[in-house]
Design a protein around this ligand. Structure first.
Ligand code: PXG
Length: 465
């Protein structure tokens, strides 16, 4: 796979990286021994590394690059904005045209109950905003006892203190003595891994009623909000049974609990709808967003605020003592506007619903016939393959969970396809501009990778020959 030109001295870059750069979510010692992969360019759905190898970017960067890489239109919009107004803040009674235009655009694209947005630079900051906003909401509504926020085990809401706390990643909680007080977690709607003998529909109801049990145990008058991703991304593309979301929505409504849909991954077309909550047909009170908002070209996130919650901040007196230097950064807003313009012009959301979504889903789900795959699932353009030691037996997992996933991920890279491993499942979330030919290529490379992983496991005796 090595290309003809090698403009970049890979080993030297790796050595400098190892000497000075601490990577996120990484065992730095072992990475430095191995050397990082240096990505030097990207166009469309393709990445290039410092040795000239090409990879199909099956993860759209990190679940974010909806419109594909290297779009001049976004680069031009940012460049022009920086020349006109590089930076100014949105504190102290000031605003500027790009933040006004983007606020208006988001009100137009989001469901009718959303007419306002609070900007951040990331999804984590969006969830820190949610944390303070829901508690402040109830204070202002005269119910200061409503403080508990409920999240889910294996949910992901970012890496800041609030994001980590709201998320349910135990390995993250251990580092920093989290969660902060007042956060509780319930079971996730992960039928393949945790559904036992229940049917998916029965399990969906059971998992939703875990919320009911938690709220009622705490006392509804003590609970501020429930936060969840419509489909869990980082947790392993956990697609809930169809019964789950309607039941969660009923439970929150009956008890007057604010419902927060974390749309950082599911938003901006990933499920073939502008927002994941629309795919599942429920109406959240708050929606944290990031990633696909700018396709990752520049960092920007925010919280879409419903009229209900907005009333406590817009119609009542008093500062909301919260904000970031880069809330509504002009260049980031310009990137987001250019990105949304492309998404609308190229009808990318409709394309995921009616064209490339169904096309890739059919081929991805066919990988479920592979002897190594226990389940192949996909909604819109986000999917997972559960790798299992014994096909047909959901109760069996590989020893040393994660090692098979990592092996498969490394082989996938060697085959020129970026898939992400979560435990022993393989994840894809490709750019929404993926063509049919590229989808065929993606599936062919994934298939080859599964064959190689299977053969390696047989050789090692980890799977019956
Ligand atoms: N909410 C959700 C649902 C996310 O997926 C965040 C919040 C935090 O966003 P920021 O912009 O602060 O990263 C995320 C981010 C992975 C991975 O390995 C996933 C995310 C971030 C980094 C790695 O799957 N999701």
């Amino acid at each position: 796979m090595t290309g003809a030109s090698n403009l970049y001295p890979t080993r030297e870059l790796q050595a400098r990286d190892a000497a000075h750069h601490i990577h996120p979510f990484t065992d730095t010692k072992s990475l430095n021994a191995e050397g990082s992969r240096i990505i030097t360019g990207a166009k469309g759905v393709w990445l290039t590394d410092s040795d000239g190898n090409r990879y199909l970017d099956g993860m759209a960067g990190l679940w974010c690059c909806q419109v594909g890489h290297g779009r001049d239109e976004i680069a031009d919009a940012v460049s022009q904005q920086m020349r006109e107004l590089d930076y100014y803040n949105t504190f102290f009674k000031t605003s500027h045209p790009p933040v006004i235009a983007l606020s208006e655009k988001l009100a137009e694209l989001s469901p009718p109950q959303f007419n306002r947005v609070f900007f951040t630079s990331s999804g984590s900051e969006a969830n820190d905003t949610v944390f303070r906003m829901v508690r402040t909401y109830w204070d202002r509504m005269g119910k200061p006892d409503r403080k508990i926020i409920i999240g889910r085990w294996n949910g992901y809401h970012g890496s800041t203190l609030a994001g980590t706390s709201l998320g349910g990643m135990k390995g993250m909680h251990e580092q920093g003595d989290l969660p902060v007080p007042g956060v509780r977690h319930i079971a996730q709607p992960y039928w393949f891994g945790e559904g036992g003998d229940m049917s998916p529909d029965e399990f969906g109801i059971w998992a939703a009623r875990e919320l009911e049990r938690e709220i009622d145990a705490a006392g509804a008058d003590k609970v501020a909000a429930f936060i969840a991703e419509p489909i869990q991304g980082a947790g392993g593309v956990i697609i809930p049974p169809d019964t789950y979301w309607p039941e969660v929505a009923r439970i929150c409504k009956e008890r007057d609990i604010l419902l927060v849909a974390d749309e950082v991954i599911c938003g901006f077309g990933r499920l073939g709808t502008w927002f994941g909550s629309q795919y599942y047909g429920f109406e959240p009170d708050l929606m944290p967003i990031a990633k696909g908002l700018s396709s990752g070209y520049l960092p920007i996130g925010g919280v879409l605020v419903s009229d209900r919650v907005g009333a406590a901040f817009v119609d009542k007196d008093g500062d909301f003592n919260h904000g970031y230097t880069y809330s509504g950064h002009p260049a980031c807003c310009a990137a987001a506007l250019a990105n949304l313009e492309i998404m609308q012009r190229e009808k990318l959301v409709e394309r995921v619903a009616d064209d490339i979504g169904p096309y890739l889903q059919a081929r991805w789900k066919a990988l479920g016939d592979h002897p190594l795959v226990g389940e192949a699932r996909m909604v819109g353009l986000v999917g997972a393959l559960e790798l299992v030691p014994v096909k047909g037996d959901r109760s069996r997992t590989f020893e040393n969970v994660g090692t098979v996933g990592n092996l498969c991920r490394d082989l996938s890279f060697d085959n020129g396809l970026v898939m992400r491993a979560v435990r022993d499942s393989m994840i894809i979330s490709p750019p929404l501009v993926l063509t049919h030919e590229e989808a065929d290529e993606l599936v062919a490379r994934a298939h080859k990778t599964l064959d190689q992983t299977y053969a390696a496991l047989k050789r090692d005796g980890r799977i019956a020959a």
